[in-house]
Design a protein around this ligand. Structure first.
Ligand code: TYM
Length: 332
């Protein structure tokens, strides 16, 4: 039987954080044996905020390297760069005509980005979820593994697909979002009621997968917690947001339950706990970094991966696009 299809991606718009890894990429690695997976680097999404062109090009290739270093097998999965498959932009245009201003203006990420980039509220920022819907629907994905912050975009994708199908028949598969058991929303280390974000101005707020190990340890050891001194997971209790976050991170990298981890620290202070979280995170990242560094001198290999990836992505996405063009009445 054919395997079910996964589509997902990360924007190359900054340092890839522990949040991106635990919320998305780690899950992709775990899912790759059971699904046919398509993982892209979403460079077209990232220009909705200003990027330095040389940096963007570098980060795109670094992200490809990181996907592979995290354990995604490029032989078994389709890895490609979004802008190299033109059907994404083409389908996004069509879907724009089947998406309402009202539903786009309700998107929380749009509202947050408008607040962050008040000097550049461009139309791309507004229609961003339509491009994301096109990404997913072109590949007829069954499942989209993402962090919690992207679930609203999956919902709108489902709405757009359902609306299009209601008019033209079964053109698109209706995809489901998929969250990891632990790490669906990793919080900032300095303001633990806020999401950990790669665009945070304060580098102490996030852990980059490419940070030095001693920097990672330092950031975890100085993470904001509380003055209670009790390592306990209390869902929804804002005063415990820092400890909840560190417990969740530890759970995600060790595969253990938060309650079991907390039990190990009964009667111990935060110092011992933070030191162990730091060690667990560093040990988890160490093999990823070794693989990443080993790929660094291997540009030809990366070029061959994304070139092959683009060819295959174009073939698959063009098929769906042609179906859509036919349905809406374009001459083929
Ligand atoms: P992006 O690049 O912001 O984030 C990539 C992935 O990381 C997850 N994530 C987190 N998970 C847990 N805790 C956090 N603090 C955290 N921060 C980020 C995100 O949920 C995401 O899964 N719009 C997408 C990129 C995209 C895409 C797609 C994803 C474009 N087209 C199609 C899936 C399918 C984005 O901005 O992700």
């Amino acid at each position: 039987m054919d395997k079910k299809i996964i589509f997902s991606g990360v924007q190359p718009s900054g340092n890839i954080t522990l949040g991106n890894y635990l919320g998305a990429i780690k899950n992709w690695v775990d899912l790759q044996k059971d699904y046919s997976c398509r993982y892209a680097i979403m460079d077209m999404h990232s220009i909705t905020v200003r990027q330095d062109p040389a940096q963007l090009r570098k980060r795109t290739l670094d992200l490809l390297k990181l996907y592979i270093a995290c354990g995604i097998d490029p032989e078994e999965n389709l890895l490609f760069i979004q802008s190299q498959a033109p059907a994404h932009a083409q389908l996004a245009w069509v879907l724009n005509c089947y998406t309402y201003m009202g539903e786009l203006s309700r998107m929380t990420q749009y509202k947050d980005k408008c607040a962050q980039h008040a000097d550049n509220i461009n139309a791309g920022l507004f229609t961003y979820p339509v491009l994301m819907a096109a990404d997913i629907l072109l590949y007829q994905a069954d499942l989209v593994p993402v962090g919690k912050d992207q679930m609203q975009h999956i919902e709108i994708t489902r709405d757009i697909a359902g609306r299009f199908n209601a008019l033209y028949g079964d053109v698109f598969k209706i995809p489901e979002g998929f969250l990891p058991k632990a790490g669906a929303k990793v919080m900032s280390l300095t303001e633990p009621t806020k999401k950990m974000s790669k665009s945070d101005e304060n580098p102490k707020a996030y852990i980059s997968i490419l940070d030095d190990f001693n920097v990672i340890a330092k950031k975890i050891k100085s993470a904001v917690t509380d003055s209670e001194g009790v390592v306990e997971y209390r869902e929804g209790d804002e005063t415990k947001a820092g400890i909840n976050n560190l417990l969740t991170i530890m759970a995600a990298v060790t595969g253990r339950a938060v309650e079991d981890i907390a039990a190990d620290y009964a009667g111990k202070g935060y110092g011992a706990f933070k030191a162990d979280v730091a060690e667990a995170v560093v040990e988890h990242i160490r093999p990823i970094r070794e693989k990443y560094d080993s790929l660094s001198g291997n540009k030809d290999y990366l070029v061959s991966i994304y070139t092959k990836g683009a060819e295959k992505a174009c073939a698959i996405s063009e098929r769906t696009l042609q179906k859509v063009y036919k349905k809406v009445g374009f001459v083929l």
